[in-house]
Design a binder for this molecule. Sequence first.
Ligand code: NAG
Ligand code: NAG
Ligand code: NAG
Ligand code: NAG
Ligand code: NAG
Ligand code: NAG
Ligand code: NAG
Ligand code: NAG
Ligand code: NAG
Ligand code: NAG
Ligand code: NAG
Length: 829
Amino acid sequence: MASQQFMLRIGAVVSLCSTVAYAVDAYFPKYYHLGAEPTIDGLQSYDRSSVTLDEHNSVLTLDYTTEVGGWPWVELESPSSPVQIQLKYSEPFDGLELPQGDGPWLYCNGLMNSFRTETFNITDSGTTQSFFLQGGLRWQSITLIGNTPITIRNIGIKPSVTISDPATLPGSFSTSNDMYEQVWSLGARAVEAACVDAGSQPSTWEISDEGALIRGQYPAVSALASSFANYTLEFSTKITAGGTGWRVAGGANGGYGAYFVLTSNKEGLESSNITSLAQNSLIAGYGFTLIDQAILPSAPSETYPVSTVIKENEWYSIKTVINATGYAISVNGQDIAFVGNSNFESYINGAWGSGSLTEGNFGFGPYLNQQAWYKDVKVTAQNGTVIYQQPFTSTDILQEYAVASNEYAVCLDGAKRDREVWIGDFAHTGRMIAASSGRYDYIKSMIEFEFDWQYPPGPAHGLVPIQAYMGAGADYREVYYPSEFGETDYQFFFLLVLSDYFALTGDKDTLSKNWDGLKLLVQTLVDRYYDQGSGLMASADASWFSAQGSQNATAPTALFVVALNQLFEVATAFGDSDTASTWSQLSTNITTAINDSLWNENIGAYSLSLAQPDDTAIMATAFTIRAGIASSDRVTSSIARLSDVFLAIGYKDSSAASNSASTQLSPNTQGFLLESLFLAYTKYNVSVDVVIPAIQNLSEVFWPKMVTQNEYFTGASWEYLYQDGSPGIGIFTSLSHPWGGAPTYIFSNYILGVRTEWNAQVKSYEWVFAPAWDIAEGLGLGWARGRVPLSTGGYIEAEWNTTSKGEKPTMSATVVGNGNVKINVIERL
Ligand SMILES: *[C@@H]1O[C@H](CO)[C@@H](O)[C@H](O)[C@H]1NC(C)=O
Ligand SMILES: *[C@@H]1O[C@H](CO)[C@@H](O)[C@H](O)[C@H]1NC(C)=O
Ligand SMILES: *[C@@H]1O[C@H](CO)[C@@H](O)[C@H](O)[C@H]1NC(C)=O
Ligand SMILES: *[C@@H]1O[C@H](CO)[C@@H](O)[C@H](O)[C@H]1NC(C)=O
Ligand SMILES: *[C@@H]1O[C@H](CO)[C@@H](O)[C@H](O)[C@H]1NC(C)=O
Ligand SMILES: *[C@@H]1O[C@H](CO)[C@@H](O)[C@H](O)[C@H]1NC(C)=O
Ligand SMILES: *[C@@H]1O[C@H](CO)[C@@H](O)[C@H](O)[C@H]1NC(C)=O
Ligand SMILES: *[C@@H]1O[C@H](CO)[C@@H](O)[C@H](O)[C@H]1NC(C)=O
Ligand SMILES: *[C@@H]1O[C@H](CO)[C@@H](O)[C@H](O)[C@H]1NC(C)=O
Ligand SMILES: *[C@@H]1O[C@H](CO)[C@@H](O)[C@H](O)[C@H]1NC(C)=O
Ligand SMILES: *[C@@H]1O[C@H](CO)[C@@H](O)[C@H](O)[C@H]1NC(C)=O
């Protein structure tokens, strides 16, 4: 193997990886197939013996059977002449049938390969490993390009996360209906795939005295330039493979915008038909990258032949001048193209980009399979003032460009996508961790991360980030406000995370360290978003995820009450009675407002919002139950109305959503509903007959879709589903998304019955073993057993068995390996 730009020998890669320990050295495929195209049928067991690809059998399909993540590598025999092979990755099988796999996707490069294909140029025997990690996949293919046969001796993925067999985790759950255990496992696997240890995801840029070496990936944009407009960008670049790429007028949010690639005069690696780029040309596009993916459009790329010869391994200086009609590009002082911007106009997207063709930041990143050096970046404003200058020779720039190795252990929203720290998702994730992997350190680290980023005085004072990049830094947080604050109620979900963490751990140290920050956050939310007129949460600069954007809505307002009620307990346990009393009064006041203005007697449910009184919404139902706002009668009535929003396999978010094939069913929002159905029975005296049909629909119809369809199965929970049971959104839907895995904690908490509960007498939380007996019986479950990990070590092991009708069930609960924890066993009456 000679000069391999996109791969490294195994030995050389060690320095890239942190000292994080993984449970396995490699993930290996379990099955394979050799043929002319990818196939899901008739796979053979893979025993790591040699496989030869040739012109008749040019496609090797590999199946890891469940989600894995890390650095792909292949060990090969020396070919008779240099051979290129294309590797492709996907979560669903059908991604292997598309030229671009199941990518590309939104936002940042997420410290992983931005692409789902890559090409290796093989000249020698040995192991070739990708420079980039792949965050999550089940399927892989290797396609031989050309006719020279090549023999693969071994193949695998070096871990960037430990994804264990859920049966081996500290937490566990099983019951007499095996499907419940399989559904429980989905969330257990998803959190392992999406939570990453500090320093485990290396920077995708390499910095040296010579500049920054950047391999083909989404351009990463500077955090210092989002307010720049009508500027001139200059930099030096040296192509070492294929081409170099940069962007201008990009958004703060990942940099969606104008994108330019300058290719060398040398033939590049084959990319099997995903936008093959002409040599010695300027290619201009607009979007996240050049690939036009059905659900993530990019402007058709334009090619401008360049008359100057662009050689590899030579430095060139490139200048881009933005003006009202386009971008004037010159190389070494010679104009090579003026790219008019009129074809880009219809691709302007205010949510992703800057919303303008002349304004927004700049960034660097070559296209697929390319590689280039960058240095001496300079930006000049229209009036001639130099507004940015950076030699690109210090690692100090990595956080500015959001490509630094992750400073904190964090949980991402999904293993492959978006790889952002969406704090709202973590309301489920944190509790799933507590029930399965027991990695309480991730929850604590997420809390510390959020408070480290909490905004100082300024326009966002007191808020915490809702979609931070793990590769960015708190020093640059101002830039991300307000563009990355599109879901106001994610701040409320963070309040749940904090109080859930305290309920599960009693960790007063973490709490006291962040107590002032927490009070500031609550006060900020009240000051900014509490509408004195309606007594509900509403503000022109707020957007409510849990109410599909509607103002003065039930769900986000009730969610805030849930958070205040939990925080009341936390403040009480913490001994801050003044704060406890303020939060409790506020909760009472908001409760009254919801109860008075949002109950619709005619439909028998809480309305979606003041403006949509005749619509019902599952989160409005879920959070009014959990907040203790609804009376038992109202809960009963609103649960009965759930049938109105049941669509083939699951519940749509609200009655305002259409019944079309493209309506997305969210396991995230249905997770909140599922817990509230249990609470309706355990806390609010609602008859078991009322809740069983809906619990059954969720547990035995909806979630099993993630278990029973081999073509989409990853063993992990999904982001969205369509009503036909296929992944929602489309090809890039995350099929390993913790927000879709709530049954993992709900089954452990209510069916097994082990959870913490507030004990008002002693003003603290205690562990209880209190199964929801009548629900379990209604679901036909005769026994359950499992373990719940404890934050201070050890676990609770519990088991119950309904021996025969009429007799009390047998129950046993033991605290293993932790003398400080007691469990209160509550027998069936
Ligand atoms: C592949 O490697 C060979 C040997 O180093 C080299 O001659 C050839 O140019 C490379 N091909 C590409 C497309 O980089
Ligand atoms: C490659 O792209 C061309 C042009 O879009 C198309 O005609 C051809 O069928 C594609 N080939 C493959 C192998 O997908
Ligand atoms: C933008 O620059 C191009 C190339 O220099 C020039 O032809 C065009 O007139 C300029 N447009 C405006 C509005 O200045
Ligand atoms: C940049 O130029 C455009 C087009 O001439 C103009 O509309 C815009 O106001 C300018 N922006 C700034 C911040 O100067
Ligand atoms: C020139 O433009 C920059 C950027 O818009 C601005 O910050 C600076 O104050 C201006 N300088 C002068 C002298 O007008
Ligand atoms: C919320 O409702 C109140 C009372 O009806 C109204 O005054 C206010 O404008 C509403 N807020 C928003 C942001 O729509
Ligand atoms: C709750 O409402 C009462 C009565 O309107 C008011 O006096 C009190 O200040 C409110 N408390 C909070 C925390 O909003
Ligand atoms: C909400 O209103 C219902 C119906 O009037 C009432 O029964 C219930 O107690 C109220 N909830 C609270 C928490 O006050
Ligand atoms: C449960 O699903 C069935 C369809 O299988 C549906 O008719 C029914 O309305 C759902 N029940 C509830 C309570 O949502
Ligand atoms: C539920 O029933 C119990 C016992 O009858 C009663 O103490 C409690 O107040 C009721 N709770 C609600 C929310 O109705
Ligand atoms: C539950 O109890 C029944 C009757 O004693 C017994 O046959 C069965 O094996 C028990 N199940 C489990 C899982 O322990």
